[in-house]
Design a protein around this ligand. Structure first.
Ligand code: GDP
Ligand code: IMO
Ligand code: MG
Length: 430
């Protein structure tokens, strides 16, 4: 019995979905523990692409049971739509397979309206959010006024809480943001309909995990976003509103830290970021365009172009410390084929001195210049590599350097979007 955590080590979109799908057959329970439908996790199986926003990425394996944990914020519209889309593909999305923790908070239409209003405010600080209402929903959770999945089970309570909260949100929308009022009464029948659909999926969350442990089951925890979008450890305020770091499994799923056996950090072989905020190794030149094009770097949720840059070893080393990484899965190595030399940032130059951490002050971070080392590239097509020895020596050297910078061993190397395009060096569940 093992519990394995998958986390993003950069700014999201590292390929977490692919790796979770790959490991899922070895686990009995797959659990999301934070974030919401700001996440877009891509699975490519038999050439067919599936993008998941809320349902855990193990769902394509018929044996896997999937739990959306209490730390996730859940838009009932998005979850039902996603389950419908999966059902249309023949995937079993019954209540026994897809479970929703009763303590998970609900994203309702006014959260999305407020997210949009705030982002478009002239005087405001534009974060470049996904516009899915994530921040406003976590605000309600912290303010102790939010609605939770458990409220879907009591029509009267749900109606009362929803209408009361909508009144307060409408005050903000109309009086502060100068927006149109949200028609809460008009939306209520739809909400009750969604409650009827999702009700059978609502379960006590953490007991599912403890029962699985008692049975001796393997559990796979699926992070969303990445370490530097973390509200505490990321490039605040250009972050999301949850904690994508591995420690958040404990609060967001409901289990103690001693029960987490392995933490696998997903590392894109270069760096991308979508939305605003600092990005020291960003390339605003033809190499950046090349990575964007060859890597097909468009956001899986919003379709926005992702900003691209070299691998940042400062980010990687800090992610290794913040998450206690026990292993790495390096993805999209194939995208680097043909680039020579490759550059890796090993520290920052700050006003003539060297630093190897990410300063909290955005002003200070803006003065940081990446210090690079160069590594020879390779030209061989590596998409069919399935073993370490299939990789050219230059690719192996580059991977070894990534492992050295993180101080964690390589577990997996991904050389294409498909499930099969993977080199497995060790099994985190072994
Ligand atoms: P996630 O949010 O971390 O799950 O990552 P996304 O799914 O948002 O973005 C990763 C993108 O890269 C998706 O389009 C994947 O299909 C794709 N991908 C994953 N691994 C590889 C890889 O090794 N090579 C290539 N070329 N594409 C990959
Ligand atoms: P996955 O799980 C990449 C970014 C947004 C924005 C910031 C805040 O697919 O890796 P939010 O809507 O969360 O309030 O937006 O966070 N962001 C992501 N970027 N991948 C994600 O998820 C992201 N989820 C949020 O672009 O900059
Ligand atoms: Mg993504």
């Amino acid at each position: 019995m093992k519990s394995v955590v998958i986390v993003g080590t950069q700014w999201g979109d590292e390929g977490k979905g692919k790796i979770v799908d790959l490991l899922a057959p070895r686990a009995n329970l797959i659990v999301r523990f934070q974030g919401g439908n700001n996440a877009g996790h891509t699975l490519v199986v038999g050439g067919e692409k599936t993008i998941l926003h809320l349902v855990p990425s193990g769902v394509l394996h018929p044996e896997a049971r999937c739990l959306i944990g209490n730390g996730v914020v859940v838009d009932p519209e998005v979850l039902t739509e996603e389950m419908d889309r999966l059902a249309a593909k023949g995937v079993d999305v019954g209540p026994g397979r897809i479970m929703l923790a009763e303590r998970a908070h609900l994203i309702l239409p006014y959260h999305q309206l407020l997210d949009g209003a705030r982002e478009e405010q002239e005087s405001g600080q534009k974060i470049g959010t996904t516009g899915r209402g994530i921040g406003p929903c976590y605000e309600d959770k912290a303010s102790r006024v939010g609605l939770r999945a458990v409220d879907l089970l009591d029509e009267e309570e749900l109606t009362k809480k929803f209408l009361a909260l909508a009144t307060a949100k409408n005050f903000l929308l109309t009086q502060y943001y100068g927006r149109a009022e949200f028609d809460a009464r008009g939306y209520l029948p739809r909400l009750l309909d969604l409650a009827g659909r999702l009700g059978p999926h609502v379960v006590p969350g953490s007991p599912q995990i403890h029962q699985a442990r008692e049975r001796g089951d393997n559990i796979l925890f699926e992070g969303a976003q990445g370490c530097f979008l973390d509200i505490d450890h990321g490039t605040y305020p250009y972050v999301t509103s949850s904690n994508p770091v591995a420690g958040s499994v404990c609060s967001g799923a409901g289990l103690g830290p001693k029960h987490l056996d392995e933490v696998i950090g997903i590392v894109k072989a270069y760096t991308t970021r979508v939305g605003g905020g600092p990005f020291p190794t960003e390339l605003e030149d033809e190499i950046g365009d090349h990575l964007q094009r060859i890597g097909a770097e468009f956001g899986s949720t919003t379709g926005r172009k992702r900003r691209c840059g070299w691998l940042d070893g400062v980010v990687l080393a800090e992610a290794a410390r913040l998450n206690s990484l026990t292993g790495l899965a390096v993805t999209k190595l194939d995208v680097l084929t043909g680039l020579d030399p490759l550059r890796v940032c090993t520290c920052y130059d700050l006003d003539g001195g060297r630093i190897s951490h990410i300063p909290a002050s955005l002003g200070t971070l803006a003065r940081c210049r990446p210090v690079y080392e160069e590594w020879p590239g390779w030209t061989e097509d590596i998409q069919d590599a399935r073993a370490w020895d299939d990789l050219p020596p230059a690719a192996r050297n580059y991977l070894n350097r990534i492992s050295e910078l993180a101080g964690a061993p390589l577990a997996l190397v991904s050389v294409g979007p498909g499930r099969e395009s993977t080199i497995e060096l060790s099994d985190p569940f072994a």
